[in-house]
Design a protein. Structure first.
Length: 352
């Protein structure tokens, strides 16, 4: 890529994702080796994923312990100024646009480097509350350690986005250099978001929670791809996600290397069936994204506004309001999450 080969803007971030998701993630979960130094060392080799210091707050301490819990899971607060992930967040007018194609694309191409990589680190270092995304208290460290962390992230971002302007020759135009600076991060971000958002941000994963921690980890996650079917499709999903497609098993046993999760999944699925615990699995990326878009659409709706607009006149209370309520329930499959159902369409259905 340093020689100005444009195809490398795609190949390099894909290779970085593939290597990182199969090493960084396990390393930061202390699941790569029994030697703490190796786990820590490998975790530090992939700064384009995240700094281990920030990752411990966001992922290990926050997300895994409080999966999908409002005001506790920091993953629900990424980009909360423009994106809503939980119905407990007060609705803002800007959320109404989050389910549009351009909004979803923007969310995916900047999520890992602008949101997780830059924004969340700034918040962790400089916030007056000394928390990660306002919900996870910062691990007590010395001022020197915090300063060193800040400087290391600053240096990384300077190198990540500045290298084309120092290495590519004067014959390379400014916008070409800018593309080399930004496009690889955008490609990597799409890989990151694709393999993380469809695991928890779905209607089924947001539907329930449990006081039993193990049950909660299962019902707030979604697997994609079926290991029992095998074949090229399965291995693609498994390898490209670094085992994240076995999300329920990973959440139950986060310190187990993902190479063991296929065997573990057989036991987990059988145990869930035995005790009547919902085990959610979709066929792959396409179905997983469909579920994610459904959830994003639900969160783009102001429940109070829908209730006000849909409220019928007293004389039609029994007829129209009942149809609205039952249709919303049927479409959403979640009583507490509203979905827009245009009244004219309902009336048309009633007439037919």
């Amino acid at each position: 890529m340093a020689r100005g080969n444009p195809i490398m803007m795609i190949i390099c971030p894909l290779a970085g994702w593939f290597c990182g998701v199969n090493a960084f993630h396990d390393g930061c979960h202390f699941a790569l080796s029994t030697n703490p130094f190796i786990n820590s060392f490998v975790g530090g080799l992939f700064p384009f994923f995240s700094s281990p210091f920030a990752w411990y707050h966001q992922h290990i301490i926050g997300h895994h312990v409080h999966c999908n819990m409002e005001y506790h899971d920091p993953d629900l607060f990424h980009g909360v100024d423009i994106h809503r992930e939980h119905k407990a967040h007060p609705f803002r007018a800007i959320y109404a646009r989050q389910a549009k194609v351009l909004s979803i694309v923007f969310h995916f191409v900047v999520g890992s480097w602008l949101g997780l990589g830059l924004g969340s680190n700034i918040n962790l270092i400089f916030s007056k509350s000394q928390t990660y995304n306002g919900v996870i208290p910062r691990i007590p460290v010395s001022t020197f350690t915090l300063t060193l962390h800040a400087l290391s992230r600053l240096m990384f971002f300077i190198v990540q986005f500045g290298w084309p302007f120092f290495t590519l020759g004067p014959e390379t135009g400014f916008f070409t250099k800018l593309a080399y600076a930004i496009v690889p991060s955008m490609v990597f971000s799409v890989c990151f978001m694709l393999n993380t958002q469809i695991n928890h941000l779905t209607p089924s994963a947001m539907k329930e929670k449990s006081l039993d921690w193990t049950v909660h980890q299962v019902i707030t996650a979604q697997n994609f791809g079926d290991p029992k079917k095998g074949g090229a499709a399965w291995w693609f999903h498994y390898l490209f996600s670094g085992g994240l497609n076995l999300q329920m098993e990973h959440h139950l046993f986060p310190t187990v290397n993902h190479c063991h999760l296929m065997v573990v999944s057989e036991i987990v699925e059988r145990t869930c069936a035995e005790y009547g615990v919902r085990y959610t699995r979709v066929s792959g990326y396409l179905e997983g994204m469909t579920e994610y878009i459904k959830h994003t659409t639900m969160m783009s709706i102001d429940a109070d506004a829908v209730e006000t607009v849909s409220k019928p006149k007293p004389e039609t209370e029994v007829g129209i309001s009942k149809i609205i309520r039952e249709t919303v329930k049927e479409v959403a499959k979640v009583d507490s999450v509203p979905v827009v159902v245009p009244v004219p369409q309902i009336l048309k259905l009633k007439e037919e």
